[in-house]
Ligand binder design. Structure first.
Ligand code: NAP
Ligand code: ZN
Ligand code: ZN
Length: 350
């Protein structure tokens, strides 16, 4: 076992603070990664504050599943990495590899033992701890290759925000000739805009924040619509083939379902702690679909990283030190970040 330092929440109401724990030594198929940067996903905050009743939080919780760093040790059967390589870890650190879903490369829906990067139990029976920490040990099959030379602070958020938006955009047909709405311009939303635009779609940002209009265009959106301006939004009725809904809190769906054309899809990726409501009329008229999407499998995550490297897509980040995490959580709730906090883990040691 090797000692690791991290930042943890000790309860739903406590601030995050320094926490020492142990990680396993690298086994034959494991890589040990020194973490350079970890993005702050809104899921970290939901989980640290135990906001999701159907996935209760076990404390202490070390959040963080947007991990980018450098390999510092490899087991003797590791083939994909060597010491010194860049590597990433997202939301999953293990799965059964045998069930129907794992065999279809949908490891995120593993039926027997999906193991998430934090708030799960690993194969060793110990709690998993996330990326707000100095290093992580993971089976090489659950580590992603990052192209050399990329800035790790800006790559880290791709490991969750990138794949969570890439997957539904691809599945539900974003591309040349399609019209895509991105609802909520936060960490996930800004990645959705960049990726959808790179796929060739015509992108409209649907945001409650007027101040984000100029950013939306800079990120690649063709249009910006202020969702609080209902009359202006009326012209968007029946407009979109796909809306990716990234909103992190309760909101009505009818208004946005009405913006879909025939056979249009609203893909929900945001996870409101409170149940969402919609009227049956909003989907039966127009034969619309309400869909969900959860991150992506490991193979698709690598595909997304390669796509982003090719298209030169990186997250827009504000880099912070570990001591800024609690203040960053407060700012995240207010939507006061352009567009992802990226924690510099060197600051754990200073
Ligand atoms: P974020 O950076 O906080 O962005 C969320 C955005 O939603 C905000 O920037 C804001 O955009 C909008 N918003 C926030 N509160 C709102 C409210 N009360 N009413 C209307 N709009 C509101 O969060 P994130 O990291 O992108 O994550 C978004 C959600 O996705 C979270 O619930 C997270 O847990 C979930 N998530 C899901 C998956 C998955 O696999 N499905 C993966 C990662 C994250 P505007 O200012 O533009 O309105
Ligand atoms: Zn996330
Ligand atoms: Zn499985």
């Amino acid at each position: 076992m090797t000692e690791c330092i991290g930042y943890a929440a000790k309860s739903a109401s406590s601030l995050l603070g320094p926490f020492r724990f142990e990680r396993r030594d690298a086994g034959d198929k494991d890589v040990r990664i020194e973490i350079a940067f970890c993005g702050i996903c809104h899921s970290d905050l939901h989980m640290a504050r135990n906001e999701w009743t159907n996935t209760p939080t076990t404390y202490p919780l070390v959040p963080g599943h947007e991990i980018a760093g450098r390999v510092i040790a490899v087991g003797k059967r590791v083939r994909k990495f060597k010491v010194g390589d860049l590597a990433g870890v997202g939301c999953l650190v293990d799965s059964c590899r045998r069930c129907e879903n794992c065999r279809k490369k949908l490891d995120q829906f593993c039926r027997l033992s999906p193991t998430f990067t934090y708030n799960s139990v690993g194969k060793d029976g110990k709690p998993t701890y996330g990326g707000y920490s100095s290093h992580i040990v993971v089976d090489e099959d659950f580590a992603l290759k990052i192209a050399p030379g990329l800035p790790l602070d800006r790559v880290a958020p791709l490991l969750c925000a990138g794949i969570t938006t890439y997957s539904p955009l691809k599945r539900f047909g974003a591309g040349k000739g399609s019209r895509v709405g991105v609802l909520g311009l936060g960490g996930l939303g800004h990645m959705a805009v960049k990726i959808a635009a790179a796929m060739g779609a015509e992108v409209t940002v649907l945001s409650g924040s007027k101040s984000k209009a100029a950013d939306a265009k800079r990120l690649g959106a063709h249009e910006f619509a202020l969702t609080t301006d209902e009359p202006a939004c009326q012209r968007l009725a029946g407009r979109f083939d796909l809306i990716v809904d990234t909103v992190s809190a309760k909101h009505g769906l009818d208004f946005f379902l009405g913006m879909l054309g025939i056979d249009g899809t609203l893909a929900l990726v945001g996870v409101s702690p409170k149940p969402l409501e919609f009227s049956a009329f909003s989907i039966i008229g127009g034969r619309r679909r309400l869909a969900g999407s959860l991150i992506g499998g490991l193979a698709e995550t690598q595909e997304m990283l390669d796509f982003c490297a090719k298209k030169k897509i990186l997250a827009d980040v504000e880099t912070i030190g570990v001591r800024d995490i609690n203040a960053a959580y407060e700012r995240l709730i207010k939507g006061d970040v352009r567009f992802r906090f990226s924690i510099d883990l060197k600051t754990l040691r200073s």
